[in-house]
Design a protein around this ligand. Structure first.
Ligand code: UDP
Ligand code: MG
Length: 307
């Protein structure tokens, strides 16, 4: 098998057929042997039925059906766990990532790269809030991690079997695949493209999912938030020391020490806030450690036509 394509599916009933048609045309044009791995991540619409209809007549269509919604990164991971190709493409089902780029990516890979990712020059049809938060998130992440995670890049990419085998062995439960793949190394390159609008349906990434995903990216690849809390602790302590000198001076030398309610309240609130933030940051790391220690299965499969 030359090429496997992993496609996470969450409520994509209006996109599956067109995606299949476009992907098939591309694959046939390339003249490679291929399989499509659809991972149904607890869709509430007819996605699963459509995939099974396809699988019934098309031998290259494989599917995994989750017991519930586990999230995009986990759906991709499950697909990666079961594909057999020498190379694998990860692509969204909503046609925001044009399948027609795959031959280009494949050619780049054949020219000597183990990872070819697609970098968005433009993103169409997404809210300014999403564009702005994504833009800043990737830039901040790039600054605070030691791994070079490419900016403006999703999971749309092709990876070689060598990279896939390492990826499958990485034990973390909180998946941030684009970071993990960057961390793995090998020779990586990119092509640029204009990200299209969603063909139909609506985004499965709610604000909560995006926030959790962003925190997975940060906590998985950086200790900077923990360090900044430490620096802040030192700064506040140093400042408190200066204030203490001033307080002692007022009390014993100048004798002017009755007032001070405002300064007391401000420092009280300030210290309280800083401590809460610090505990919250530690909590984010701790909850992820906890998640890994529990060691529950990453996903649960209801049915599948592969083993
Ligand atoms: N997806 C998924 N599980 C989820 C949310 C999304 O498998 O909980 C899939 C979705 O069907 C699509 C891909 O992940 O194929 C990207 O999701 P989406 O297009 O909703 O995200 P966006 O492009 O808006 O960031
Ligand atoms: Mg999308």
């Amino acid at each position: 098998m030359d090429l496997s394509v992993v496609i996470p599916i969450y409520n994509e009933e209006e996109n599956i057929q067109l995606l299949y048609d476009r992907l098939s045309a591309v694959m046939q044009g390339m003249g490679v042997s291929y399989e499509f791995m659809f991972v149904n991540d607890g869709s509430k619409d007819k996605s699963l039925a459509l995939i099974k209809d396809l699988a019934a007549v098309k031998p290259e269509v494989k599917y995994i059906d989750f017991s519930r919604n586990f999230g995009h990164q986990i759906a991709v991971t499950a697909g990666l766990d079961r594909v057999v190709g020498d190379a694998v493409v990860i692509i969204d089902a909503d046609l925001q990532d044009p399948p027609e780029l795959i031959p280009d990516m494949y050619a780049r890979m054949k020219a000597g790269f183990e990872v070819v990712y697609a970098r968005r020059k433009k993103r169409k049809g997404e809210s300014w809030l999403k564009l702005a938060t994504a833009k800043w998130f990737y830039r901040i992440l790039a600054r605070i991690t030691s791994v070079e995670i490419p900016v403006d890049t999703g999971d749309f990419r092709i990876i070689d079997r060598k990279v896939l085998d390492v990826l499958k062995d990485m034990p973390e439960k909180n998946k941030y695949l684009r970071g993990q793949i960057a961390w793995i190394g090998f020779r990586q390159t990119y092509i640029e493209y204009e990200r299209q609008e969603r063909h139909a349906g609506e985004t499965g990434y709610t604000f909560r999912k995006m926030l959790r995903f962003a925190l997975d990216g940060i906590t998985g690849f950086s200790d900077f938030p923990l360090k900044i809390v430490t620096y802040f602790g030192f700064m506040v302590t140093a400042f408190a020391f200066l204030v203490a000198v001033y307080v002692l001076y007022s009390r014993f030398v100048s004798g002017n020490y009755v007032q001070g309610w405002s300064s007391l309240m401000i420092s009280l609130l300030f210290i309280g806030g800083v401590q809460m933030i610090a505990i919250g940051i530690i909590g984010e790391y701790l909850s992820r450690m906890n998640n890994n220690v529990r060691n529950r299965p990453l996903y649960i499969i209801r049915e599948s036509n592969v083993d």
